[in-house]
Design a binder for this molecule. Structure first.
Ligand code: ATP
Ligand code: MG
Ligand code: FE
Length: 336
C-alpha cells in the first residue's frame, strides 16, 4: 500500500510517500520560515503564495526520491484542516487535481490526527493510548481507544503551548519561531524565578498558558522599571519549567486514570528538549506504560504524518469526493 501525503496547513509545503502505513519512502518539507521571520509570525497571504510556488517542486522531489509513478499510488492523503484557509486550499486543490487526473482515491486528513500518527512511523500503536499534542495552535490530551477514534479529554482554554513559547520569545527579542530559542536558553539557565502554574480545577485535564505568559512579561517590565536586569536564561528556564511541570503532571495523571498502554508525544513543541527529558524521566517510573517520542523531523509539520493518518482511513474504506474543501475549523473528534 502506497500513500502520497500532502500538507500545506501553515508555513511548510510538504509531500511524502509512505508504504504500508509505517515506512517512510520519501519525506520532503520546504519551510517558509525565512520569509515570515521579519514579520515575527506567519503572514497568511505570503504562506499561500509560497505554497503555490513550491507545490509542484516538492511533489516532484518526493516522487523522485520514492522512485514511483502516479500509477503506483493507492491513495492521496491531504490535510483538510485545521489551519490557514488559503494555505490549506493549495494542498487540497493539488491533491484533487492529481486524484482526478490519475484516477486515484482521495482522503482528507485532520492535521492533528497527522501529528498523532507521526508516532506510528516509529512504533506500532497499542490501544488504549493517550497522546499529548503540543503544537503552535493546539495543546490537548487525546484519548484513543482504537485507530481513528479521538476523544479530547483536555485542551487549552487560551493560548497553545507553542503560542506561549513564541510570545515569550518575542518579549525577549528572539527571532520567530521562538520555541527552539527559548528551549536553548532554558538549557543554559536555572529556573530561579517563581512563575505560576495553571492547574485549574481539581480533576481537570485542561490547560491555560496566558497567565504564565503575562507573568513573564510583567516580571521583565517590573525589573526594567526598577532599573534591574533579569537574566533571560533564567527567565527562559523558569518559563519552560512551569510549562513542562503542568504538561507532564497532567499527562502522567491521565495516563494512569485512563489505564493506557502507550503515551505518544505529538506536535511542534514535542521537539522541546526539556519536555522530552521530563517525560522520559516520569515514564521510567511508570512501568507498563510505553512512551513514544518521535524524532524532531516528525514533530514539526510534515506530510509523512498526514500519509500515516491517511493510511488508517484508507484501510477503513474512507474516501473523500471531489467536493473535499479546506476546513479551517475541522473537528478532530467528529472527523475521526
Ligand atoms: P498546529 O499543528 O496546532 O496547527 P502548527 O502546525 O503551526 O500548529 P507545529 O508546526 O506543529 O505548529 O509547531 C510549531 C510550534 O512548535 C511553534 O510554536 C514553535 O515555536 C514550537 N516549537 C518548535 N520547536 C520547539 C522547541 N524546541 N521548544 C518549544 N517549542 C518549539
Ligand atoms: Mg510550522
Ligand atoms: Fe502542526
Amino acid at each position: 500500500q502506497i500513500i502520497l501525503g500532502i500538507e500545506t496547513s501553515c508555513d511548510e509545503t510538504a509531500v511524502a510517500v509512505i508504504k504500508n502505513g509505517k515506512e517512510i519512502v520519501a519525506n520532503v518539507v520546504a519551510s517558509q520560515i525565512e520569509s515570515h521571520k521579519r514579520f515575527g509570525g506567519v503572514v497568511p497571504e505570503i504562506a499561500s503564495r509560497h505554497h503555490v510556488e513550491q507545490m509542484t517542486i516538492v511533489l516532484e522531489e518526493a516522487m523522485n526520491q520514492a522512485n514511483i509513478d502516479f500509477s503506483d499510488i493507492d491513495a492521496i492523503a491531504v490535510t483538510e484542516g485545521p489551519g490557514l484557509v488559503g494555505a490549506l486550499l493549495v494542498g487540497v486543490n493539488a491533491a484533487k487535481a492529481i486524484a482526478f487526473a490519475h484516477n486515484i482515491p482521495l482522503i482528507g486528513v485532520h492535521h492533528i490526527a497527522g501529528h498523532i500518527y507521526a508516532n506510528r512511523l516509529i512504533q506500532e500503536l497499542q490501544f488504549p493510548l493517550l497522546s499529548l499534542v503540543v503544537s503552535g495552535g493546539h495543546t490537548e490530551l487525546v484519548y484513543m481507544k482504537e485507530h481513528g477514534s479521538f476523544k479530547v479529554i483536555g485542551e487549552t482554554r487560551d493560548d497553545a503551548a507553542g503560542e506561549a513559547y513564541d510570545k515569550v520569545a518575542r518579549t525577549l527579542n528572539l527571532p520567530y519561531p521562538g520555541g527552539p530559542h527559548i528551549d536553548r536558553l532554558a538549557g543554559e539557565g536555572n529556573p530561579t524565578i517563581d512563575l505560576p502554574r495553571a492547574w485549574l480545577e481539581e480533576g481537570s485535564y485542561d490547560f491555560s498558558f496566558s497567565g504564565l505568559k503575562s507573568s513573564v512579561i510583567n516580571t521583565l517590565h517590573n525589573a526594567e522599571q526598577r532599573g534591574e536586569t533579569i537574566d533571560s536564561k533564567d527567565l527562559a528556564a523558569s518559563f519552560q519549567a512551569s510549562v513542562i511541570d503542568v504538561l507532564v503532571t497532567k499527562t502522567v495523571k491521565a495516563a494512569k486514570e485512563y489505564d493506557v498502554k502507550q503515551v505518544l508525544l505529538a506536535g511542534g513543541v514535542a521537539a522541546n528538549k526539556g519536555l522530552r527529558q521530563s517525560l522520559e524521566k516520569a515514564f521510567v517510573e511508570l512501568n507498563g506504560i510505553e512512551l513514544i517520542i518521535p524524532p524532531l523531523s516528525l514533530c514539526t509539520d510534515n506530510a509523512a504524518m498526514i500519509a500515516a493518518a491517511g493510511s488508517i482511513l484508507y484501510d477503513k474504506g474512507i474516501r473523500s469526493d471531489y467536493a473535499l474543501n479546506a476546513n479551517p475549523g475541522l473537528d478532530l473528534e467528529i472527523h475521526g
